[in-house]
Design a protein around this ligand. Structure first.
Ligand SMILES: [Mn+2]
Length: 346
């Protein structure tokens, strides 16, 4: 159900509420939902760009997610959802790399726009969701989250779900596509304009990040990630120890004073279930493993911001990847498959 319209920034805002017929039903998922999440609203921020990608199409991601019903799915959890519309940034000039970076000026512009929009929503106590757009956008969103956490004296934990480590630098990357560099930039390795966005360099300590699902890393990149000390739960770890063990460690010490940010690259998922992404890598998590990740995050009740990136509708089949992403987001906001009572499974 679409509600009243008001103005948020430069764009139209649509307030979405759960269908009235469902609003009075108190489902187990709603009871389990943590008050710290339920107490605030959710803001969708569209960033329709593929400025940092090696392929065109991720610019259509925000619309595909809206068509798949992302706002309604979150509203079903009983949360107030505000769609802030789309940011308006520069077009993709589709040029070759200059000094190791493609479209650096435009990437900076998009990220500054997203940084400002994300920071503004956090300031009003809302939970911002980036609808990407390619993964270079995480520089803008996470730098805003880092700034906010610093000001609020909160701990930050970033869960980076991805097939790739995204820790390339200008000297390492063959392509210069900046969507392969956001983690490096956030950790202080990259062009000045991208590393200083949070107001402090680095925006993040490597200790604040956990990477999950990694299975395609260049040799030089692997060395850097290792040297800098990011904790990585790669597919080998998940195969051997299981997703539950990986997530328990990734979420260890997340407490009441922790801001939990999830950066979800659609290529984290196995391409059999998620074909709508430009950088697929075989051997990713299954539907159930991905759902388990989301449910375990929901159980903490600490989710405070989210990026949903790299969905490329031009490569998708009947919007199935967007619909899968919305399924996962529903679990992230507390729609559990759990049939047992919470206390019975402890
Ligand atoms: Mn990525």
């Amino acid at each position: 159900m679409l509600g009243s319209e008001s103005v948020c920034g430069a764009d139209i805002v649509t307030t979405v509420t759960a269908d009235k017929t469902n609003a009075t039903l108190l489902t187990p998922a709603m009871i389990a939902l943590d008050v710290s999440v339920a107490g605030c609203g959710v803001s969708l921020i569209g960033a329709p760009t593929d400025i940092g990608a090696g392929m065109l199409g991720a610019r259509m991601g925000p619309e595909a997610l809206r068509v798949a019903g992302i706002a309604q799915a979150i509203a079903h959890s009983g949360l107030d959802v505000k769609d802030c519309g789309n940011l308006v940034g520069p077009a993709n000039p589709w040029q070759v790399a200059v000094n190791g970076f493609r479209h650096l000026r435009e990437v900076v512009q998009w990220n500054q726009l997203l940084h400002d929009a994300t920071y503004a929503e956090l300031k009003t106590g809302r939970l911002p969701i980036t609808l990407g757009g390619d993964h270079s956008l995480a520089i803008g969103s996470i730098s805003a989250v880092a700034r906010h956490c610093r000001e609020q004296g909160k701990k930050l934990r970033v869960l980076w779900f991805d097939a790739h480590a995204d820790f390339n630098t200008a000297t390492l990357t063959p392509s210069g596509n900046i969507h392969g560099m956001p983690v490096a930039c956030l950790c202080g390795h990259g062009p000045q304009a991208l590393i200083e966005m949070s107001g402090q360099v680095p925006a993040l300590s490597p200790k604040e990040i956990r990477q999950i699902g990694i299975r395609s890393v260049d040799a030089g990149e692997k060395r850097l990630v290792h040297d800098i000390g990011i904790e990585v739960f790669d597919m080998r770890y998940i195969d051997e120890m299981g997703m539950r063990a990986a997530m328990e460690l990734a979420l260890a010490l997340v407490g009441a004073d922790t801001h939990l940010h999830v950066s979800l690259d659609v290529d984290f998922l196995d391409p059999d279930i998620a074909p709508g992404v430009g950088t697929t890598v075989r051997g990713g998590p299954t539907y159930r493993e991905a759902q388990l990740c989301m449910e375990m995050i929901a159980d903490t009740g600490r989710l405070a911001s989210l990026d949903l990136v790299e969905l490329n509708p031009a490569l998708d089949l009947r919007n199935q990847t967007a619909e899968l992403a919305v399924d996962l987001i529903e679990s992230l906001f507390g729609k559990s498959t759990l049939m047992r009572k919470q206390s019975a499974c402890l």
